[in-house]
Design a protein around this ligand. Structure first.
Ligand code: SF4
Ligand code: SF4
Length: 70
């Protein structure tokens, strides 16, 4: 099982992770962080291939893809 963790303190809501995900796993959420940025949310974890592209392209190191229970 894969877990995608978004650090709400680091995220600036740029949506790059959403745009680059080849499987449409992420989308903008209704959640706003303390700085006023819209956070992404995971909507389709079953489709995630753990390619880590979202993690690589995030300019703020705000998203991490990890196997669960590790
Ligand atoms: S690891 Fe790959 S497939 Fe999974 S959410 Fe990130 S970009 Fe999308
Ligand atoms: S790429 Fe990073 S900073 Fe931009 S929305 Fe995604 S998690 Fe937030």
């Amino acid at each position: 099982m894969i877990e995608i963790v978004i650090n709400s303190n680091y995220c600036k809501g740029c949506s790059i992770c959403i745009d680059f995900c080849p499987r449409d796993v992420l989308q903008p959420s209704k959640e706003i962080n303390a700085k006023g940025y819209t956070l992404p949310e995971v909507v389709n974890i079953e489709a995630c291939t753990q390619c880590q592209l979202c993690e690589i392209v995030c300019p703020d190191l705000a998203i991490a893809v990890t196997p669960k229970n590790k």
